[in-house]
Design a protein around this ligand. Structure first.
Ligand SMILES: C[S@@+](CC[C@H](N)C(=O)[O-])C[C@H]1O[C@@H](n2cnc3c(N)ncnc32)[C@H](O)[C@@H]1O
Length: 438
């Protein structure tokens, strides 16, 4: 077995140490995205990969830690072990990766990088050698069976999935424990999907079109056979293409914007769906966002994609209130509501560690407040698309049924409803309403 050839400028031992500390931050309630954003550019890819994998393999790595360290180690040592064990488990899963001796050596060196793990070199060495024997057995011996459900979720989360998806709950967690593929959305203002695929071919990047998700045809989605940094994508910095999950590409497609439509994107940051709408039609767009920091990302995305115009306004405001509104009704409203994000765990494996059960009730209240206010801003015969990236029915079908029950002028049109995560799509919920009369 050879060591991984992926070029990176950070020694593995340093990356292990930083990833372990990043996991410590998640355990104390910080989002991993926020932690990773603070790293140097050369540190980020490898630390992200290590910390994501450690969170995805959490259940199995902790079974092993328990097996070999009967008295729980201090958190800093536990996190370092979980990062290193995930490296073994990935080797087990895909047959590629670091040699066992490299993982052990680098993890032991990583102990020296942080005063809280410095003393634990002997323990880490002993545990990882034993783990190596179980996970990477000598030639000819049976491999340890894969963990039945590698993805950690808290008990209330698991109970929710079991209650609502008695047959599918395990496969949901399995698909969320896999590394998410890189999916692109071709900017149709610049290239057709076929044209862009040809450009990718020219630079040796293999891709295939994703024709549909949940029965909805997609015109711009491309699945890369192997992920590459965005800097290697032709025309990325001049807006040829964006990274966006295929399930998320349903939003603009279902809203079906027409030329000149007045459109509200009520919860817009970082602007992925705002941009997709503008790629499909020259609309008069209001992109609204409550969070000032996230608001800036919308402008950045529209700049890169060359979608700014005097018909596009990016506004900071609360979609559950009317204080920001000029009183002019909208033809179409996209309501991509704040939610648990339980559908996008494959791309954000820290989410199950951060959510609390009580969050669901308070998110439901927020979603209802925004639904109520947005409906008042919609023209008669206008369309409103309600979206969440959640697999919990409390944020999906329950909300759509409640809304339809409250509004006799809300007609439900065809939309996929709950989409469970698959190999090319995260989990989403989509409901489409038409306003029948004022
Ligand atoms: C699911 S994200 C939107 C993702 C975005 N549509 C995209 O595709 O890039 C939900 C967004 O709603 C924002 N938000 C939360 N409460 C809001 C409110 N009351 N009014 C407006 N935006 C809100 C959050 O800050 C977050 O950026």
């Amino acid at each position: 077995m050879t060591d991984k050839k992926t070029p990176h400028s950070l020694p593995l031992s340093e990356a292990i140490s930083i990833a372990a500390q990043a996991i410590g931050e998640v355990m104390s309630g910080r989002s991993l995205t926020e932690v990773l954003d603070q790293l140097e550019p050369h540190e980020r890819p490898i630390v992200q990969s290590l910390s994501f994998d450690a969170l995805r393999k959490w259940v199995r790595s902790h079974e092993l830690i328990k097996q070999f360290v009967p008295k729980s180690p201090p958190p800093e040592v536990d996190h370092l072990l979980s990062v290193a064990i995930a490296l073994f488990l990935n080797e087990n899963a895909d047959g590629k990766g670091y040699a066992a001796h490299t993982i052990v050596d680098q993890a032991v060196s990583a102990c020296a990088n942080y005063d809280k793990t410095m003393y634990a070199k002997g323990l880490v060495n002993a545990v990882l050698r034993k783990v190596g024997l179980i996970v990477q057995p000598p030639e000819g011996e049976a491999r340890f069976p894969p963990d039945p459900i590698p993805m950690f979720v808290p008990p209330w989360w698991r109970a929710n999935l079991k209650r609502n998806y008695s047959k599918a709950w395990q496969s949901i967690l399995f698909s969320q424990a896999k590394r998410a593929p890189l999916i692109l959305r071709v900017n149709q203002k610049q290239y057709s999907r076929e044209q862009y695929q040809a450009l990718l071919n020219e630079v040796g990047i293999a891709s295939s079109p994703i024709e549909e998700v949940a029965g909805v045809k997609l015109g711009s989605a491309l699945l890369l056979s192997n992920p590459v940094p965005v800097s290697e994508l032709p025309g990325f910095y001049s807006g040829a293409v964006s990274v966006q999950d295929a399930g998320a590409q349903l939003a603009a497609t279902l809203l079906n914007p027409g030329e000149g439509n007045r459109v509200l994107d009520a919860c817009a940051a970082p602007g992925g769906k705002t941009a997709h709408i503008l790629e499909l039609a020259d609309c008069e767009m209001v992109a609204l966002e409550l969070d000032g920091e996230r608001l800036g990302k919308i402008g950045g995305n529209l700049d890169r994609l060359r979608l700014h115009s005097d018909r596009v306004r990016v506004i900071r405001g609360d979609a559950s209130k009317a204080s920001w509104w000029d009183g002019r009704l909208f033809d179409k409203i996209l309501l991509d509501a704040p939610c648990s994000a339980s559908g996008i765990v494959a791309r954000h494996p820290d989410i199950p560690f951060l959510r609390r059960e009580a969050d669901i009730k308070s998110l439901q209240q927020k979603q209802r407040g925004i639904l109520e206010q947005a409906w008042k801003m919609l023209k008669p015969d206008g369309l409103m698309l309600y979206v969440t990236c959640s697999v919990f029915p409390e944020e999906g079908e329950e909300q759509a049924s409640w809304f339809a029950g409250e509004h006799s002028n809300a007609v439900r049109l065809g939309a996929p409803g709950q989409i469970l995560p698959t190999d090319v799509s995260d989990g989403f919920y989509y409901a489409l309403f038409k306003k029948n009369g004022p």
